[in-house]
Ligand binder design. Structure first.
Ligand code: ACO
Length: 428
């Protein structure tokens, strides 16, 4: 059982001639926080922190990040060990339940994911309403929210919760694969429940009714790895969105749908698509990496180096390190040489030795190399963020459950400092 945060000290805040004491709490990894819950009651003041750069919104026992030292752990387990030895289904169980499953628990969980892989036949018709050019993230979000119309019972009891969670984990994979099939105008392929979670996804993506399709075990392994690396990242934009929406007590499907929308943006999960587009742009405009980096530094076009920088990591992103190596391995295995990988390697080299990036502590993040791996697997660029969502799903679910079960699960409702007009009256 994880220890709770403990009250370890007091901070004194002085405003004018008045001082108040605020509790200082310490987490299990010695992270310190000043608890300002009583600040407004005692002083009438609120804190101001645009973008929540320095605000802890919750206590959480799911994921630990030390951004200075490039550490990421799920439920205490280092990401490097999970990436090497676990698989996505087991990691999902770990995040959601808090412990690694024993073999019986694992089999039971896997079986549940297997039997809930199909979506209702009527739900398939929803795809007819989308244009074939629709972005798959829009389809994913709409379809996940629509699941709530088929499963309104949602989470009355623990058993219901378990069922809803397994339905989500399994069906989102099917919905994601069908979004791709819709975009290329191919028939939907029903899941093959004799396959593993990742193999089944590849089967629904690339299988055809007219021919046998057996996923390459190395591609399946690479997919497992990518999904594990994306599975959680504590209070990021989309996860905070899931918790925020969930705090109003809406259903889990709606919360995940909101999380998907938050993830879509270019500064968050949408960055993986933008990285590939950026590499494509550099390639098509002659491959001059130095010129591109100079343009980013110049800032006149508002262009950022996508896949670089992170709010929390200030040294390196441990996920990027693992992905870079896996990317080389996958390309070697597939016998693919990708000109975009060469550009990415050069971009990384140039940026990492440039004062602009060094000063600002900007390093490649998880999105920098993941797109090249997805591309090698045959996944189109506009599906990259969908892949991210598929990976992040167990993290969102774990946070939603933690939020729901917390004794302090009040509706999320930040304050503001009003800077508009003072009272004025409507013209007579
Ligand atoms: N390229 C160029 N400059 C950058 C980049 C970048 N990728 N990231 C940050 N900077 C610069 C900013 O312009 C700013 O410079 P300034 O001090 O001269 O004004 C400084 O670094 C700090 O940037 P902030 O925006 O304050 O950093 P913040 O922590 O708010 O943003 C973010 C983090 C959004 C990830 C940012 O680094 C970024 O936009 N990166 C590119 C998009 C990306 O890869 N997103 C994926 C993040 S990982 C994920 O969500 C899965």
């Amino acid at each position: 059982m994880t220890e709770k945060a403990t009250l370890t000290d007091k901070a004194t805040l002085t405003v004018g001639d008045r001082s108040i004491e605020l509790p200082v709490i310490t987490g299990t990894e010695n992270e310190l926080a000043v608890d300002i819950t009583s600040l407004r009651k005692e002083t009438g003041m609120v804190t101001l922190d645009p973008g929540y750069v320095n605000t802890g919104s919750t206590l959480s026992s799911i994921t630990y990040i030390d951004g200075e030292n490039g550490i990421l752990r799920y439920r205490g387990y280092p990401i490097e060990e999970l990436a090497e030895r676990s698989n996505f289904v087991e990691t999902s169980y770990l995040l959601i339940k808090g412990e690694l499953p024993n073999s019986e628990e694992y089999e039971k969980f896997r079986q549940k994911l297997r039997v809930h892989s199909m979506i209702h036949e009527d739900l398939k018709h929803f795809y007819d309403g989308f244009p074939s050019s629709a972005h798959p993230m829009a389809i994913l979000s709409a379809m996940v929210c629509s699941l709530s119309t088929y499963y309104p019972e949602a989470v009355e009891s623990e058993e219901d919760t378990d069922l809803t969670v397994c339905r989500l984990l399994s069906k989102v994979r099917t919905i994601a694969a069908y979004s791709f099939k819709k975009s290329v105008g191919q028939p939907f392929i029903y899941p093959n429940n004799s396959m593993s979670y990742c193999a089944n996804f590849l089967y629904m993506m690339f299988g055809m009714p007219t021919e046998q399709y057996q996923p390459d075990p190395e591609v399946e392994k690479a997919l497992n790895l990518l999904l594990i690396l994306h599975a959680d990242h504590e209070q990021n934009c989309s996860t905070s969105t899931v918790r925020m929406v969930g705090s109003s007590q809406t259903n889990l499907f709606a919360c995940i749908s909101a999380g998907i929308c938050a993830l879509w943006g270019a500064l968050h999960g949408g960055a993986n698509q933008r990285v590939l587009e950026q590499l494509e742009y550099i390639h098509e405009s002659g491959g001059n990496v130095e010129k591109f980096v100079a343009g980013v530094k110049d800032k006149s076009e508002g262009q950022r180096l996508m896949g670089f920088g992170h709010r929390v990591y200030r040294n390196h992103d441990p996920r990027a390190k693992i992905i870079k190596e896996a990317c080389h391995n996958l390309l070697n295995h597939l016998g693919v040489s990708d000109q975009y990988l060469d550009i990415a390697l050069r971009l990384e080299e140039v940026a990492l030795s440039d004062e602009y990036f060094i000063e600002r502590k900007l390093y490649p993040n998880v999105d920098f190399y993941s797109g090249i791996m997805y591309r090698a697997m045959g996944i189109p660029t506009n599906m990259f963020t969908v892949m991210f969502a598929l990976g992040r799903l167990p993290g969102w679910i774990a946070h939603w459950l933690e939020m729901r079960d917390s004794p302090d699960n009040r509706i999320h409702r930040p304050r503001q400092i009003y800077t508009g007009e003072k009272l004025r009256h409507y013209p007579a």
